[in-house]
Write a protein that binds this ligand. Structure first.
Ligand code: ADP
Ligand code: ZN
Length: 748
């Protein structure tokens, strides 16, 4: 086949589209899909990625590509194809999709492989010369002696330490031909300090055996099998199944990706995978947001160079450039954090399902509380459903008790935050030297400051939300934009000094717990206390080894953690997520209660969960209490069906924001009108439902006014395509920002 003569490229910073270029003579045979190139755009040279190569072009006089930046492509054709799918499904430009696939540190040519100077012996010195050296310069002879005992080159800095010599000495030795010094690339391994001990396979129980039979069939012949949804209660041993499935995948000469939500990508999780594959240390790559640019660069190249066979990572790991992909595992598939909230606004779970389909590999979605979307897919036969109904070793599911705060609140100060029933139960745990977890998904001390005299609430100047009082920092803080201010001593509106602090955050719970249980060690874990890289790890270690009696925390402690000695979990306020203006509020609350409850009773002693609420009879709470998954799904699905919400439709949320409220409102009206016209003229799928444009629930954020327009349809790809075309033709006032979120999760 002749070499392609033309290439379609997407500049890193172009508007919406791709452009064609000629491949000049000297680059023939050196440009592929995924090549990084420099191309002339008007008067400048821009970095770009090749997305297509062609033998002919209809256009004459195309400009030539200026330069090829590497001698091999950085993205394989499959990933390019995946990028195209993302662009069309999620209604974005293809270069936006490519940006997610090719990480910043790889595109950015400033981050490079790390190189260090290494020393080795060039040739063995003859005995006579060595003796002379030993007399004249014993330290130098020492260096030679040391190097003789090594089979590999040693880093110069290490050699200096080992032999007590200076760099000058070593360079002098090199100049005299005694040793050789050269640059070598070294791997920045985020886990190099740790020593993972091989953890053998566990004997599976009957439920696991049955599930594994189906999973292994899918890994062996993905073409004959559907995606698998593994619905296993908390503590049922799903991870063991993932590990075995990976083992099998590797034994077939293939590779595997494991996606974990960022928040549960804790040291504990990584350790479980690293330990099982301890003998393959270098073949396990880990990708998450706490890596330095250098580490991320190296982990990515380790994958791209086919060294890594297993990739564990958060959302973006779904794009890991593995070859011969045999398995993708999506753990906690219901997690919101799989959805990226910036463009491209993709769902890593859904991209994983599509990638698996494209690459003909097995896909395993696991959760104790599957999303309505996935569960519905299982019910309709699109996915295969596997269940693990029991905890391993037949450990009991924790007993869930509901505490009606309406009855408790009158009992005295603090009782509406930590009720008497809950306190009594914690006291019993303390006596038995068992541990407790108190969960509240809100940071800070008080959630608002209200003037007792005029009712003024201290709000963020940039956002339409109340400021939270953080006592440790002694500031009031906006949880949306991060704005902080000093705590007012009088009401800013009426100057009355009687300011009331209301609503509790984790700081307050910590303080109450310390006051109620003076002898106990209480520790708080949230984004305010976990600021250092190792703080979370240290705190979890202290908790696991029994140095903490009561752990207070946000969602940071809600998921994926395993503490055998925790026998009590208190959910301080179950209502918090229940009354949000979001059709998923019930689903989220049910999932959260079940997941948090799942932290209890993972050891020999069974656990108890206390759920404090003002709405004890809400279905999400009642079904969670009875561990009744099918019951909850059935009634929730019925509600979604009646209202035509996902999973019965796809939802597209368009946000228009601007510092000018009238410009944002006006633009929302214009867009709505245009979309309605398109529906009437048959340009949109006929089933499209268009809402009225309205101010978003959080009307103002980061100083911008926000308006929402919501569309629903069953035919999402068609809607996305039409919408893309409509938006390309419309012009809005310059400062109005329009974002399109397909299958939106964040509705506020
Ligand atoms: P899940 O992910 O379903 O919540 P895990 O995979 O974390 O559950 O398993 C819970 C605990 O049970 C872990 O400590 C795990 O090592 C252990 N475990 C899993 N399978 C078995 C088994 N077959 N026999 C004994 N222990 C097991
Ligand atoms: Zn703010």
């Amino acid at each position: 086949m002749p070499d392609p003569r033309y290439a379609r490229v997407v500049p890193d910073r172009s508007g919406q589209s791709a452009f064609d270029y000629e491949i000049p003579e000297h680059l023939l045979g050196k440009i592929w899909i995924g090549s990084r190139v420099r191309v002339p755009v008007r008067t400048r040279l821009l970095l770009a990625t090749v997305v297509e190569v062609m033998e002919t072009s209809e256009v004459e006089g195309l400009k030539p590509i200026s330069e090829a930046l590497s001698d091999k492509p950085l993205i394989n054709p499959t990933l390019i194809q995946l990028g195209n799918w993302i662009a069309s499904y999620y209604c974005c430009a293809s270069h936006i999709a490519l940006r997610a696939i090719l990480p910043q540190v790889v595109r950015n040519s400033e981050v490079k492989a790390k190189q260090l100077l290494f020393a080795r012996l060039d040739k063995k010195p003859d005995a006579e010369a060595f003796e002379q050296l030993a007399r004249r310069a014993p330290k130098q002879a020492g260096v030679i002696d040391f190097l003789l005992g090594l089979s590999e080159p040693i880093a110069l800095t290490d050699l200096m330490k080992e032999c007590g010599v200076t760099r000058n000495t070593l360079e002098g030795m090199r100049d005299r031909g005694l040793i050789a010094i050269e640059r070598q690339t070294v791997q920045r391994d985020p886990y190099s300090e740790e020593n993972f001990i091989h953890a053998p396979q566990l004997e599976m129980n009957a439920e696991q055996v049955a599930a594994y039979e189906r999973i292994s069939a899918a890994v062996r012949s993905p073409e004959l099998n559907r995606p698998i949804l593994l619905h296993g209660v908390t503590g049922s041993g799903k991870t063991e199944l993932y590990l075995r499935a990976i083992d099998l995948t590797l034994s077939l000469g293939k590779t595997a990706i494991v996606l974990v939500p960022e928040i549960s990508l804790t040291p504990q999780t990584v350790e479980r995978f690293k330990s099982r594959f301890a003998n393959l240390q270098g073949e396990v790559a880990v990708l998450h947001s706490h890596l330095s640019d250098g580490e991320r660069h190296d982990e990515w190249h380790k994958i791209n160079n086919r060294v890594a066979k297993i990739v564990i990572g958060a959302r973006s790991a779904v794009f890991a450039p593995l070859e011969r992909l045999g398995l993708i595992v999506v753990d906690e598939e219901h997690e919101n954090s799989y959805k990226q909230e910036d463009a491209p606004r993709y769902s890593a779970r859904d991209v994983a399902v599509y990638r698996a389909h494209m690459e003909n590999c097995a896909i395993l979605l696991g959760s104790a509380t599957p999303s309505m979307e996935s569960y519905h897919n299982a019910m309709t036969g699109k996915y295969e459903l596997l269940r693990l109904l029991c905890r391993v070793d037949d450990r009991q599911m924790p007993r869930i008790r509901i505490i009606d705060l309406r009855m408790e609140a009158s009992r005295g100060p603090g009782a509406s935050i930590l009720s008497e029933t809950l306190c009594k139960a914690i006291r019993e745990r303390l006596e038995k030297k068992e541990q407790s977890i108190l969960f509240l998904n809100r940071r800070g001390f008080s959630t608002s400051l209200i003037c007792s005299s005029c009712g003024h609430v201290c709000e963020c100047p940039n956002c339409s939300v109340a400021l939270t009082f953080h006592r440790a920092a002694s500031r009031i803080v906006c949880h949306i934009c991060g704005h902080t201010a000093v705590v007012p001593s009088k009401c800013p509106a009426c100057r009355d000094p009687r300011i009331k602090y209301s609503g509790a955050g984790t700081e307050k719970v910590e303080e109450l717990a310390a006051a109620f249980f003076p002898g106990a060690v209480v520790k708080r874990l949230d984004a305010d206390t976990v600021t250092r890289k190792d703080a979370l790890k240290d705190a979890l270690y202290a908790f696991r080894t029994g140095k903490i009696d009561i752990l207070v925390g946000t969602q940071m402690i809600a998921k994926g953690l395993h503490f055998p000695n925790v026998t009590l979990v208190g959910i301080v306020n179950a209502d918090m997520s229940l009354h949000l203006p979001d059709f998923r509020a019930g689903e989220r609350t049910f999932q959260l209660l079940t997941q948090v409850a799942g932290r209890a009773g993972r050891g020999e002693v069974s656990g108890e969960v206390f759920v404090q609420t003002y709405t004890p009879f809400h279905p999400a709470i009642q079904f969670a209490r009875h561990h009744d998954f099918p019951g909850f799904y059935e009634q929730e699905l019925e509600f979604r069906r009646k209202t035509n919400f996902p999973p019965f439709s796809h939802m597209v949320l368009i946000t228009l924001r601007s510092e000018s409220e009238s410009h944002a409102a006006f633009s929302a009206d214009t867009l709505t009108r245009r979309v309605r016209e398109a529906l009437e003229s048959g340009d949109l799928p006929a089933d499209t439902v268009i809402s009225n444009p309205a101010p978003a629930p959080i009307e103002k954020s980061h100083g911008q006014y926000r308006f929402h327009l919501m569309l629903r349809t069953a035919r999402i790809t068609r809607l996305s395509k039409s919408l893309f075309a409509i938006l390309e033709k419309l012009t809005f006032p310059e400062e109005v920002i329009v974002t399109v979120d397909v299958d939106a999760f964040q509705l506020l």
